[in-house]
Design a protein around this ligand. Structure first.
Ligand SMILES: Nc1nc2c(c(=O)[nH]1)N[C@H]1C(S)=C(S)[C@@H](COP(=O)(O)OP(=O)(O)OC[C@H]3O[C@@H](n4cnc5c(=O)[nH]c(N)nc54)[C@H](O)[C@@H]3O)O[C@H]1N2
Ligand SMILES: Nc1nc2c(c(=O)[nH]1)N[C@H]1C(S)=C(S)[C@@H](COP(=O)(O)OP(=O)(O)OC[C@H]3O[C@@H](n4cnc5c(=O)[nH]c(N)nc54)[C@H](O)[C@@H]3O)O[C@H]1N2
Ligand SMILES: [Mo]
Length: 834
């Protein structure tokens, strides 16, 4: 009751506050004196820019970016800023349009087994675009829309106008239709299951404001969630404001006012930072633990039956499973303890703690990037429902505290749109014609699709038919990092007649392409972007630091050039140049702001002045607070409008690997501590790196030196596992299983329990024998070892974290690391043996 009143009060204050301000509150514009960067007369200047790693200023001397300092409004800048300069300058920079030698000779009839040998011929932009266009036209004419596939352009650089994915969709869309992806690698399983269960994606939405957590929460449960590591980066420019709140949480924890429990097989960066407690369960056993907790709450009559009655459906259909009515196996603490490695007492004690005071559960995503990954988010919502605090400040469950500044207080500023689809576009050259196949596939099923065109695939109630893809175009995506089971993928790639990649780094995906188009980095472009993704704290100009390097072109210009070849350049450009686009996007946002009582200076004042405005602060907010207050007026987006512990929709799909309520199902690969016969006895985590954004900045040489071990990607492991294998810190180890083998540099860490090791995702694939499946990866890409299996028929997400391996000391002569540096440039007339 107390909480309800408080929410209402703060809401009222919010409304009156807005009215008191009148229709429009003026933001203070920056001084009107143009800065040196605009004048351009100085040989030394500081230029404001931004990135996924944070906002910063770049010192430019005589046209060269020489130094970097954090943005003045970022109080908690992240270390990775030190590496951004090297995105522009590094030996792996993509410099010129390149075509693979044998493809240049024989086009779609080329010898595809040569892909990956890295032999390329430099061509002019005109020739490169002529080739791409001719191939696009051939494939769409011969094979229809299902012949062309575009990969997910997700981690494109920040900027509202220079959006790589937007440029690709506009350009290709004017020519014809093509196969696209649904879902992503990040949270595919949660994204599909949670809308059925709680009515929205949950993963990408704003979370209850951290100030309310700090005020109300007694226990924070970090469930496979590492915000201190993962909040360093955001999808837009991070303002790093959450770090201030986390510091307050740390202080309250130190004073004994908030208890922190991390459910994680590993001591995470956050746990180390907060000095919290850990429940170190065995990897991949979360659902068993969650069931054991649920059983205890039920058995000890600790569940909130009123909440279950008023806000959920289907508890009665779940209960027989929990109690083991049919299989005679109650999912009690003893049963769970056997599987997850905690003691039954620990599980019971934890269950009692969950209902003692206010508990905020913060779920990460790694646990759903596993086989049967749908069960964990579902069961976590069921447990939170039994606790009964969903919709209260500082209580319930959320799945986005570690992402995009989750839990910051969102400002009142407008959210600017950006480069989007074309207004009234002319009809495309080729009408959509998928020839009976599906127009989209779940992103991580890409390799399955290449290997089995025509095959049917169950997916979230649909039956998809895999298209017969001949040509793939990837922009702002690095599939030779993101996708699981590299060796299987190398074989599948041979199915593709033509692969085009747009990137500013010469990644493994470039090496496995036929045509590589070099694009500019963010730092060679002008743009605007939000400061803070969820917070939308402000808006900043991000200015060109250096001109386009080598022959790199903006993504937008690449597709303009392509459109020119089929008479659609004008339609594509919509009559605007770079600055006109930025102005239009800004002015559209200013209009939206004015309607909501937030005034922004005119564009010239903004751009020529400080290039930064801060929006009026918003009000703290409780996720699902409105649902809790008035479930009838604010129903969830589920069929019942309530939380669905049992989902009739999912049950109706009749998937044996995803029934109508959450269940424990053993993943296809699971480490068993008591099984000494397991050939691959170590669980391999491939979590998100502390020192990179996936594969980005791995090519930054000076930065890589700060974490690499013997020039290889670090392999984190316990002393015990190292001793058992005669390994010591600094050694190069061979990590292997039936799917592949890689080298990595040993780091011994007390954070890791015996049996659990980690190699961060995004380590550049560096084949010893380029293009040959099964060859040793000389740098340490964990996706050489992971399996490419869908989570279940429901979501078909990636199961990247269901991986067992063995490790041994590498005894052979150490091969050089092969993955960095550009292409091996050859002349068109070179012979194949070069
Ligand atoms: N620095 C940095 N931050 C990032 C990114 C990055 O590349 N670098 N990438 C961003 C992106 S795209 C995403 S999708 C998110 C990813 O966000 P997540 O998927 O949540 O992040 P991970 O770091 O992979 O894993 C989080 C935690 O899960 C734990 N974990 C692993 N296995 C298990 C298990 O079996 N049970 C339990 N209970 N815990 C387990 C790990 O030990 C780790 O502490 O991060 C974002 N933030
Ligand atoms: N084993 C394992 N595998 C995983 C994961 C895991 O946890 N474990 N996590 C998965 C997750 S959550 C994710 S999100 C994916 C990430 O997978 P990707 O999205 O492939 O990751 P990035 O390394 O960020 O690749 C983006 C590429 O785009 C390029 N690029 C950046 N900006 C631009 C631009 O403006 N234009 C163009 N043309 N190119 C640009 C970069 O140089 C880089 O090569 O990986 C997935 N793979
Ligand atoms: Mo992700």
């Amino acid at each position: 009751m107390k909480d309800k009143q408080q929410i209402n009060l703060s809401r009222r204050r919010f409304v009156t506050g807005m009215m008191a301000m009148g229709t429009v509150s003026m933001l203070s514009p920056g001084p009107l004196i143009p800065k040196v960067w605009a004048a351009g007369e100085s040989t030394e200047r500081w230029v404001q820019s931004g990135s996924h790693f944070g906002a910063f200023e770049a010192k430019v001397v005589n046209g060269e970016w020489v130094d970097t300092r954090p943005f003045r409004h970022d109080k908690y800048p992240c270390d990775m800023l030190q590496a951004v300069r090297e995105i522009v300058y590094n030996p792996s920079r993509a410099r010129y349009p390149m075509v693979r030698l044998d493809w240049l000779r024989k086009r779609e009839k080329s010898d595809r087994s040569q892909r990956g040998d890295n032999r390329f011929v430099r061509v002019s932009w005109d020739q490169a675009l002529d080739l791409v266009y001719a191939e696009l036209e051939r494939v769409q004419k011969t094979h229809g829309s299902s012949g062309v596939f575009t990969g997910l352009a997700d981690w494109q650089m920040v900027g509202k106008y220079h959006k790589a994915g937007g440029a690709m969709d506009r350009g290709l869309g004017l020519h014809g239709s093509y196969v696209t992806t649904v879902g992503d690698y990040s949270a595919a399983a949660a994204q599909v299951v949670l809308p059925h269960v709680i009515g929205s994606l949950e993963v990408y939405e704003q979370q209850t404001s951290l100030p309310l957590v700090i005020e109300h929460t007694d226990t924070i449960v970090l469930w496979g969630c590492d915000p201190i590591k993962n909040l360093q980066i955001e999808f837009l420019i991070p303002d790093h404001v959450p770090f201030g709140y986390w510091q307050q949480i740390k202080e309250k924890a130190a004073a004994g006012k908030i208890r922190i429990i991390s459910v994680d097989p590993v001591r995470s960066k956050t746990q180390n930072y907060l000095n919290g407690e850990q429940l170190a369960l065995h990897p991949q056993t979360d659902v068993a633990l969650l069931l054991g907790l649920a059983h205890t709450l039920y058995e000890e009559k600790l569940c909130d039956t009123a909440f279950l009655r008023d806000y959920t459906v289907g508890f009665d259909a779940f209960l027989p499973y929990l109690l083991g009515d049919k299989d005679k196996q109650p999912k009690n603490a003893e049963w769970a303890a056997e599987i997850c490695g905690l003691s039954a007492d620990q599980i019971r004690g934890f269950a009692r703690l969950l209902v003692k005071g206010r508990t905020q559960i913060m779920g990460g995503w790694c646990v759903q990037r596993m086989h049967h990954g749908e069960q964990y988010p579902w069961m976590l919502v069921v447990l939170a429902s039994m606790i009964g605090q969903i919709g209260l400040p500082g209580g319930g469950v959320g799945f986005g505290w570690h992402y995009n500044g989750g839990g910051t207080v969102t400002s009142k500023g407008p959210v600017l749109s950006g480069l989007g689809s074309i207004n009234n576009p002319p009809p495309p050259v080729h009408a959509a014609d998928f020839r009976g196949a599906s127009a989209h596939i779940p992103v991580s099923r890409m390799v399955d699709c290449l290997l089995s065109p025509g095959k049917k695939l169950a997916f979230n109630g649909e039956t998809l038919t895999f298209p017969d893809i001949k040509m793939a175009i990837f922009s702002a995506a690095n599939p030779f990092h993101a996708q699981q089971d590299r060796n299987r993928m190398i074989e599948a790639w041979k199915k593709l007649e033509t692969v085009v990649v747009l990137d500013h780094q010469w990644t493994a995906s470039c090496r496995f392409a036929d045509i590589v188009l070099p694009v500019t980095t963010r730092f060679e472009r002008n743009d605007i972007e939000q400061f803070g993704t969820h917070s939308n704290k402000g808006l900043m100009a991000i200015r060109q630091i250096v001109p386009p390097q080598f022959e790199a072109r903006h993504d937008f210009e690449v597709f303009a050039g392509l459109c020119k070849r089929f008479g659609r350049e004008e339609a594509y450009r919509e009559g605007r140049n770079e600055m006109q686009w930025i102005r239009a996007i800004y002015e559209e946002g200013a209009k939206q702001g004015a309607m909501n009582g937030v005034a922004m200076p005119d564009f010239d004042t903004f751009w020529n002045g400080d290039g930064y405005i801060e929006f009026p602060a918003g009000e703290p907010w409780v996720r699902h607070g409105d649902f809790r207050e008035e479930p009838d007026l604010n129903p969830l987006g589920t069929p019942s409008g309530l939380i669905e512990i049992y989902s009739k929709t999912i049950a109706g799909f009749n998937y044996e690997d995803c029934p109508g309520h959450p269940v424990w199902m053993e993943p296809f690969e699971l480490r068993k501590t008591d099984d000494k016969t397991q050939k691959y006895p170590l669980h391999l985590q491939s979590c998100h790196p502390d020192k990179r954004l996936h594969s980005q900045i791995c090519s930054s040489e000076a930065w890589r030196k700060t974490y690499a071990v013997a020039e290889r990607e670090p392999l984190y492991m316990s002393q015990k596992d190292a001793d058992a294998r005669g390994l010591k810190a600094g050694d190069v180890a061979r990590v292997f299983n039936s799917r592949g083998q890689i080298l990595a540099g040993v780091v011994i860490s007390a954070d890791y329990a015996p049996g659990v090791i980690r190699i961060h995702e995004g380590a550049w694939y560096s084949p010893k024998d380029g293009g040959k499946a099964g060859t040793l990866c000389t740098y340490g890409d964990p996706n050489v070892l992971s399996a490419d299996i869908g989570t279940s028929q429901l979501a078909q997400g990636p199961s990247a974290h269901s991986v067992l391996v063995e490790v041994e000391r590498y005894r052979g002569e150490l091969p050089a690391v092969t993955g960095f540096g550009g292409p091996h440039e050859v002349k068109a007339e070179a012979d194949n043996a070069a």
